[in-house]
Design a protein around this ligand. Sequence first.
Ligand code: CA
Ligand code: CA
Length: 534
Amino acid sequence: MAIIYGRVPDAEPTPTRTRIIVKLTEPRTATRQATDSPPTERSAALAEIRRAAPQAEFRPYFEEEEELRAAALPPFNRYFAAVVEDEKSAIALVRKLQRLEEVEEAYVEGGPTPPPVNPADDPRSGNQGYLDAAPGGIDARWAWGVTDGFGVRFVDLERGWTLNHEDLTAAGISIISGLSQDYHGHGTSVLGEVMAVDNTIGDVGIAPRATARVVSQWRNATTYNTAAAILSAGQAMSKGDVLLLEAQTTVGSWVKMPVEIETAVFDAIRHVVDDGIVVIEAGGNGGNDLDTYQDGANHRRLDRNSADFRDSGAIMVGAGSSTAPHTRLSFSNHGSRIDCYGWGEDIDTTGDGWTGTSTTAYTTGFGGTSGASPIVAGAAVLLQSWRKARYSRVFAPEDMRVMLGSTVVNTSSANPASDGIGVMPDLRAIIEKEIADDRYRVAREKYLTLVYILIGLIDDSPGLIWVPGKGPVPVDPGWGKVVQGIAAPKRDLLAALAVNEIAGLIGDAATRASLSSAAVGAMHAAVERIGRTR
Ligand SMILES: [Ca+2]
Ligand SMILES: [Ca+2]
């Protein structure tokens, strides 16, 4: 992110146009010679594309590059581009084009992208191990290669901040409502973890190009109301934005508990989550087993395995040690309700982490679930920003929670069962998995009739299909019409592939071998028949 005369430019310097790029399928007749794609064949393919997308004008992608000899050669002469109105229609058009036989690939052009985050000249960045690769940190440093928080609004809820801190001021953080009244150094440390400016001083936040605001639990000098602050923030936020609850509460003998144990706060969280806002909630520093918590009516509200459990939809965060394998820190609340953990100690960030108001203070020792939660919130902001830039869509709160809490891709704590603090997000693993899943989703659209193998296709029974590599998947009645048009030998090939895969699941070796060999035989026969009908 560029800082020019101490300010962050808020607009792209060059206006951009949205283009979709199409790569035509390689012709069957030739391979990698200049003649691989005869003009007549290309125009036939283009005519097909124009029929599918009459509103877009396709021209050769490298047309303006007269000096570029390679532009006339394959595969570059199979690339075409069209300017479209906006990103939304571009995505719709791409989906449509991907289904055409004539199209090998269609996508929305990336366009000019700001230079990546540069932490090398922010002198304290080397202390920020929570930015490092897993298992040490969340791997924000890798994620900055593909995203930086741009386009996502982040809100920190607590009670005080030093918004003109030297390493935050250029972020232009404003207050939505309430008063910045006390514990300024705490709020300043929280903000630094997510938003410290990419410049040449101090630290670098996890998502430095996000837009940040704050909201205070001090609604005025004497009224403290967490639920009102949440609702006020929600009113000023949109779907996909990230709200961080940097607070805890003590009710009766339950000390330093998550704020949602108060019913008004619970309802406020549920309300904003239902509006599509991702809420990250500090798990609290009381050292309690949340599964044993009972409210005034003896309901186990925080025990996911109890019938009394009630789900606010927030992503709840516990505190782990700063070095891997990360163990639960003794003060951290824990239990089935906790989704994620972050570092709860040794955090390098802006501010003194407590009550100071200095604009030049930093700490190497911020922590608690207060230090852990911004790490998870920053990860959520980066994921949301990545998704928004790539697909013009955002993750719903429940999807974000599943992703951040996934034990498959993220970093487990040292002893998951006894730690009870969930997992620490691994941004690289999450994003790489999303990209891999997307490839599958694209393939599914493009080759719908080919990759879906219908067990019941042969006798036209509905209900289940076998997806290679995935297994049986239920389908809606009537879907089979999609594949009725496939010629019989091709259907045999698909069915044989499915049988072969299913054979692999059979325990008895002899049966497995004979079924598999029958399937291979059926494949051979089908391929031969397909060859003859060509
Ligand atoms: Ca920098
Ligand atoms: Ca900085």
